[in-house]
Every structure is written in C-alpha cells, then in structure tokens.
Design a protein around this ligand. Sequence first.
Ligand SMILES: Cc1cc2nc3c(=O)[nH]c(=O)nc-3n(C[C@H](O)[C@H](O)[C@H](O)COP(=O)(O)OP(=O)(O)OC[C@H]3O[C@@H](n4cnc5c(N)ncnc54)[C@H](O)[C@@H]3O)c2cc1C
Length: 264
Amino acid sequence: MALALQTFSTVKDANAALKSAGTRYLGGGTLVLRAANEGDVSVSSLIRATEPSLSAITVSGSDVRIGASVTMAAIARHPDLAPLAHAARAVGGPAIRNMATVGGNLFAPAPYGDFTVALLALDATVSIDGGEMPIETFLAERESNHAIVTAVGFTLQVDGGFRFLKVSRVKPKGVSVLSIAAMLEQAPDGTVSSARIGLGCMADRPMRAKAAEKALLGRKLTSSGIAPALAAAGDGSAPITDPIASAWYRNEVLPVHLGRLLLA
Ligand SMILES: Cc1cc2nc3c(=O)[nH]c(=O)nc-3n(C[C@H](O)[C@H](O)[C@H](O)COP(=O)(O)OP(=O)(O)OC[C@H]3O[C@@H](n4cnc5c(N)ncnc54)[C@H](O)[C@@H]3O)c2cc1C
C-alpha cells in the first residue's frame, strides 16, 4: 500500500493534520517505516513538521532543551552534552543513530527506548502542544497521546552524578538485555542524598527503580552500602521476554549490573 507523506512548516498545522484517521507522525522513521515495510496497514499517511525548534539543542548553564527531531548522532557529538553521549551512542549502530530521534525514542517499545531511560533518570519534562509534563506521566499515557512531542528538557550537571549502562549480548550495537541510568547526588561525607534510577527492558517501557532509589538514601556507594538497593532493584518490575533474554534472566542480572554502575 502506498504511503502519503505530508510536510508542514509549523507544529500547529502538523498537529491539525494528525487528527485524520490513519495518520502517524514521522520522526526518523526507523520504527514507523520498518513497521510499514513489514506490512502494518494501520498507517496510510505520515506527517512531518520542519519547524526549526524541533531540531534545536539549547544549553543554558545546566538547563538543557532538546528538540524532538534531534538525532542520537547530534546528541553524541554535542560538546555540552558529553555526559549523555554514552546513552545516545547506545542506540543502534551509526546508520540508525543518524536517523533515530529523541521524540521517536520516547515511543519506542522495549527492548528499545535506551535514551528514554536516561531521560527518566534525569527527571526530564516532555513538551507537547504548548504544555509540559513529567516524563513519567508521559510514559504512562503515551498510547493516548495524539499530538507531536516538541522537546524534552532537563538539568544536566557537567561535573557528574549521571551514569548510564547498556547491557547487550552483541557488541557494540546489540539490542538491550537491559539498560540502566542513574542520577545520584552525594553529601560531603559520601552518602547518597538523592537518587533517581531508570531501567529499560524491566517493563514494556522505561520505569524507575523506586525501591532501590529509597534504599540508597543515606548510604555510601560501597559494596555493603548499596546491598539493600541491589536487593530491591527489581521491585515492581515486569521484565520483557524476547529473543535476547527471558524475564527471569533479566531479573537475575539486574542487581549485578546495577551494582557495577553504582560502584563505577
Ligand atoms: C536495526 C535497529 C536497531 C535499533 N536499536 C535500538 C537501540 O539499540 N536502542 C533503542 O533505544 N532503540 C533502537 N532502535 C529503535 C529506534 O531506532 C529508536 O528507538 C529511535 O529513537 C526511534 O526514533 P525514530 O525517530 O526513528 O522514530 P519513528 O520510527 O519516526 O517513530 C516511532 C514512533 O514514535 C512516534 N513519534 C516519533 N516522533 C514523534 C514526535 N515528535 N511526536 C509524537 N510522536 C512521535 C511515531 O509516530 C511512531 O509511532 C533500533 C531500531 C532498528 C531498526
């Protein structure tokens, strides 16, 4: 079946066109076009918007705003986003990263969504239709979203606190067994004063490890200090089973890899 592609110069006009049945927004197309090529007939028309703000990266002090059409390759090479380069490079191989957008990654089902795991740990906000919402709210409701995501925003400290790890069987560009991102703050005595941990593949979409976050508070990042957090790492999760790994395996290895990330 032929696919129609409509291009609009503003998000407003593109959003209006998205209201028609059978239309879908086109980011980099790595998922939506693959699905069409594989026979998904639910989409008959693709919409794109070329408003410049969608492709802009703005860094003002520690405040970062990334337009939804920004690619993983652009993030990986941006000098002010160095702490995030590892997470951006975790998405596919070079050809995929040249097309894969931040906006599309927010909608990618597990085992994909590696960059979104990082955004979850960073407590990002997602901008849609002139408004803004916490990324957790967005992820919980993303199937009912029919408007264009325009940007994500978050605070990024240059001098650390953010950590990311992707575990895959095929190096360097295999699909995730799991991905983990953590944003940690430590008091002068080395104890953890604030923790946000994002997990990928431990549910159908990125989720927070809230029990582990809580168990880290007031603890030092030593083997004994993080032990309660590792014991609670999988609480509330429902890992996926796919050809890469079973849910059981993902549960088993999560504490091992979380431990490596926290002790790194
Ligand atoms: C070979 C291969 C390897 C991959 N490896 C990885 C990997 O290692 N890690 C990983 O995380 N992902 C991976 N992916 C999945 C995918 O490439 C990425 O998740 C990518 O970020 C999706 O973005 P996209 O712009 O290509 O999305 P698209 O395919 O353009 O869109 C995906 C969905 O999101 C919607 N959408 C896109 N942008 C917006 C927006 N701004 N507003 C509203 N809706 C929007 C689309 O309508 C569609 O429903 C891989 C894909 C392939 C084909």
